[in-house]
Structures are given as structure tokens and as C-alpha cells.
Ligand binder design. Structure first.
Ligand code: SER
Ligand code: ZN
Length: 509
């Protein structure tokens, strides 16, 4: 990829230039091109790649500069270096910089653009064209936007989009790590259909939402008990309660703000708590029997964020800005205090793909070694549970880390630049009725992503790492029932014992 930056800016001074000060300034421009802009640039870089003042003009108290660059001492960096350098010299002539006005800023990117690459709509961009393998942007930016490195962020983002377009059809990373042998199978059907048939669950009134009857709930609780007995208690995880309404601030720090928008359940607040303001909305329903949604839309603020999506991000404000004592690490905690919500695409059929689901989220943090060790112990504990207690046909695979997938970076190379152990392992179970594999939980080593995002440090000064593991109860149920069926006599002992006699409270006529 070849990048070019070009800017035109006016440096407005506190007084008009004189012949003398103009000459002094020309000397500075010459010097900047020869010395200042070349500082720190590696040897062998083409001169054309390095920031250069290619035009200057003096008119009254204004110095107009044109600066061009490639990837080194980018035009805006050159501008600010120059500003710093001229201050002391021109100060002698009682000239100080009052203001910088950016008249023009353009970026051109020369690259082999993949066929499916589309020119993105991005902030600050006034005009964008792509032709003959050259993408050109004209920006509307202020000097403070340039100080905030907006051009660099735009280029980085375009780079990411080119990469993502290139990965296109290749899909997510997936690499098998372990596959269990065959296990006793007692069922060939679709467990959801069978659960409905037996009255264990019924459709709720929202999209992808179920009401679980006592039988299904008993099974959820039995699975929860197994997780507590075999994992949470022996490994010493303590229960916490994480919030389930997630404000933007959390997703800005967790990275979800980069790409989770198509799947969020958005949350809004009333413009006022005043009952009189809402009276006609209630009256409308009383008269028409309809909820006046179009008008409600005018009377709410936000969205202020969304409903719980990934579960663990909401924990991190608990540690925001703190330094953790060495002797309290590793921290082992979990949350099972509420539902998670995802606006799922199209075919939401069974309980395995739903908009509202129940998950135990296990979370741990400490040094890198501690974090990896906990993940390994968890994997062993899960292996015991799936092999010996649930007797499942299952496998696990290293996949695109969940946080990258959720940030929209599908297909990104998982081995890039992050420690070898960082990433997600998905646990998948065979669904005999559809001959497909269902991801029913994961274990992830998230590196320093969360501690960095929320500014969490460790006393010893080493990097803080964290990991998490989401146990989806709907998914466990779908996996288990689709292999073992709904007849409790055929279930493995431990599960049958914990579930007890399925309760049949309702009789439908
Ligand atoms: N937080 C992780 C996820 O969203 C694990 O539950 O997948
Ligand atoms: Zn998590």
C-alpha cells in the first residue's frame, strides 16, 4: 500500500511579516526540509516518502504552507514539528502563531483493491473517489483534528477494510484441537420441536424468546449445579453480579463500539418522568387498543446503550483505574445474574439460536502465566464434564477470538502480533438431527485487552491479563437433548439425578 498526504494550511501570526522576518522564515523552511523532517526516518527511505514543504507564500500576517508526504513524517506531523521550530526564531521578530487554519487536506492510497471493496462512508471525508487502483479522500479537518491524528486513524481503518474485504469468503479462522469419540445416542429428532410437543417450553411474544416450563428449568438448574460442583467450587470462583444494561462508555472501552451495532437490543430513556407528559400515550391505548409507537419515538432519549451482549464487559468498570495487589491474584469470579440479548439474523428456530439467552460467565485475571494456567485447568474440567458426566459427542477448535468477531474483524489472522495463547476456543457438540456442530460454550484468553481498555494495573508492574468463558445454558440443553433425547431414563446418571422427576404442572385441554 502506498499512501500520500497533502495539506495546505494558513499559519496566522500576531503581526505582519517584514522583509527581515520573511527571510528568516524562508531559512527555517529550508532547514526543516533538510533536517527537521528527516529526523527519526530510517536510512534508505525514498526522499519522496518523507514530509516536505513544497510551497510557501507570505501575505500580511499569514504564512501559507503546502506540505506533502508519504508514510514518513506525515504532512500533519511535519506541520506541527515546523510550528514548534519556528516559535523561538520568529519570537525574536515579535511574531507568534495565533491560529492554524487547514484549507485543504487530501489522502491518496494506491493499492490492489479487492473486487468487493466499497468506498466507505467515513467522518471528516468531504469527497472520496476510487479509480484505477487509487483511492482519494478530501478531508474537512481543523488543526486540532490533525493533532488528534485523524488522518492516521482514517488510513488505518481503510487498511482494515481492505484486509476484511480480501478475507471476504474465507470466513472465520477454525482449527480443530480435540474431538471426542462416539457416545451413546438416543435421539435423532429436533429437541426444540420435542420440547414444545411435551410442553417443556413455549414461544414467548418477543423475537427469539422462550418461556421455559418447570422441566426445562430443572434441566438448566441441573447444568448450573454441575458447573458449580465441578468447576466453580473446586477452582474457587466467587459469584458477582454484573449489570445487564450496558452504556456506550463500556462498549467504547471493550471495543464493541467498533462493530456490534447490527446485533444490539438498544435501550432508550423517557425524555421526562412527568406523568402528564405521557398521559395521552396511555389514553391512546385505552381508546384504540394499540400502543402509539410512532409518538413514543418522539418522546424518548438515547439510545443510551444496549442490553447485555457479551456479559463480561460490564464487570470491568469495577476495576477501572485501579492497581491490584500481587497477593490478591489471580482473581476468579463468575456471573449468572441475568439474560444476554442479541438481535439474531433471520432463521431463529430452535432454542439453540435465540435473541434472549441464559449464560454463566466465568471470568479470571492476573499475570499472563496465571491467566493461561486458569484457562488450561478450565479446559481439563470441561473435558471431564463433557466426557464423563454428560457423555457428549463434542470437539473443540481454536477460532477467531470472540472479541475480534464481535468488533467485526471476522477472518482476521489469529496469530497476528498477539501472544501465541491469546484467543478463543469454541466447544462444539454434534446435533444428530441436522448433522451439524453447535458451538455451546467457549474459553478465551483475552490478553491485556480488557485491563488496557479499563486501565487496570498490577502492583508488580507486569501486564495484567484476563480470560473468560461463557457457558450457554440453552446451548448445553440443545446439545444434550439432541443426543440423549427427552426420556430421563436414558440420560447419564448424574444429570438424571440432579434433574429429578420432571414436573408436569400444566394440563392443556
Ligand atoms: N464474553 C464472551 C462472549 O461474548 C464469552 O461469554 O462470547
Ligand atoms: Zn466474556
Amino acid at each position: 500500500m502506498q499512501v500520500r498526504f497533502r495539506l495546505e494550511a494558513e499559519l496566522r501570526f500576531s503581526a505582519p511579516f517584514t522583509k527581515e522576518s520573511e527571510d528568516a522564515c524562508r531559512v527555517l523552511i529550508d532547514e526543516a526540509n533538510r533536517v527537521l523532517f528527516v529526523k527519526g526516518v530510517p536510512k534508505g527511505v525514498e526522499p519522496g516518502e518523507v514530509g516536505h514543504i513544497t510551497g510557501s507564500g507570505f501575505l500580511g500576517d499569514v504564512l501559507t504552507l503546502t506540505i506533502e508526504s508519504g508514510a514518513y513524517t506525515r504532512a500533519h506531523d511535519a506541520l506541527f514539528r515546523f510550528r514548534k521550530q519556528v516559535a523561538p526564531t520568529l519570537g525574536k521578530y515579535r511574531l507568534g502563531i495565533r491560529e492554524i487554519v487547514v484549507r485543504d487536506y487530501s489522502i491518496t492510497i494506491r493499492e490492489q483493491f479487492p473486487d468487493n471493496f466499497r468506498v466507505p462512508r467515513l467522518p471528516f471525508i468531504r469527497n472520496a473517489t476510487l479509480s484505477d487502483g487509487v483511492l482519494s479522500f478530501d478531508l474537512t479537518v481543523t488543526a486540532s483534528d490533525l493533532e488528534n491524528r485523524i488522518p492516521d486513524r482514517l488510513v488505518r481503518l481503510v487498511e482494515e477494510k481492505i484486509e476484511a474485504a480480501g478475507y471476504g469468503g474465507k470466513g472465520e479462522h477454525w482449527e480443530l484441537i480435540y474431538e471426542s469419540g462416539a457416545k451413546p445416542r438416543h435421539f435423532e429428532g429436533d429437541p426444540t420441536a420435542e420440547m414444545i410437543q411435551r410442553g417443556w417450553i413455549r414461544h414467548a411474544l418477543s423475537r427469539g424468546q422462550w418461556i421455559h416450563g418447570p422441566q426445562s428449568t430443572q434441566l438448566f438448574r441441573a447444568f448450573e449445579q454441575i458447573v458449580i460442583d465441578e468447576i466453580i467450587r473446586p477452582m474457587g470462583f466467587s459469584e458477582m453480579i454484573f449489570p445487564k444494561l450496558v452504556p456506550w462508555e463500556v462498549w467504547m472501552k471493550s471495543g464493541h463500539a467498533k462493530g456490534v451495532y447490527p446485533e444490539i437490543y438498544y435501550v432508550c430513556t423517557p425524555k421526562t418522568r412527568d406523568a402528564a407528559y405521557w398521559e395521552d400515550i396511555g389514553d391512546y391505548f385505552k381508546v384504540t387498543g394499540e400502543v402509539w409507537v410512532d409518538e413514543i419515538r418522539n418522546r424518548i432519549d438515547g439510545p443510551i446503550g444496549g442490553l447485555c451482549y457479551a456479559q463480561c464487559p460490564s464487570f470491568w468498570p469495577f476495576l477501572q483505574g485501579v492497581t491490584l495487589a500481587n497477593d490478591c491474584l489471580p482473581i476468579h469470579i463468575f456471573d449468572r445474574s441475568g439474560t444476554s440479548h442479541r438481535y439474531e439474523s433471520g432463521g431463529i428456530h430452535g432454542i439453540e439460536r435465540v435473541d434472549e439467552f441464559h449464560r454463566i460467565e466465568i471470568l479470571w485475571l492476573g499475570t499472563a502465566e496465571q491467566t493461561v494456567e486458569t484457562a488450561d485447568r478450565l479446559h481439563d474440567a470441561y473435558t471431564y464434564v463433557f466426557e464423563d458426566l454428560l457423555e457428549l459427542e463434542w470437539r473443540c477448535a481454536k477460532v477467531t477470538p470472540w472479541f475480534m468477531a464481535q468488533e467485526g474483524m471476522i477472518g482476521a489472522d489469529t496469530s497476528c502480533g498477539c501472544g501465541g495463547r491469546i484467543g478463543t476456543t469454541d466447544y462444539e457438540a454434534l446435533l444428530p438431527y441436522s448433522s451439524s456442530w453447535l458451538e455451546f460454550q467457549n474459553v478465551s484468553i483475552n490478553g491485556d485487552k480488557y485491563p488496557k481498555g479499563f486501565n487496570v494495573k498490577i502492583q508488580s508492574g507486569v501486564d495484567c491479563w484476563s480470560g473468560c468463558s461463557g457457558i450457554g445454558l440453552e446451548r448445553w440443553t440443545a446439545a444434550f437433548l439432541s443426543q440423549k433425547g427427552l426420556d430421563i431414563e436414558k440420560w447419564p446418571d448424574k444429570v438424571a439425578k440432579l434433574v429429578g422427576e420432571p414436573k408436569n404442572l400444566f394440563k392443556f385441554l
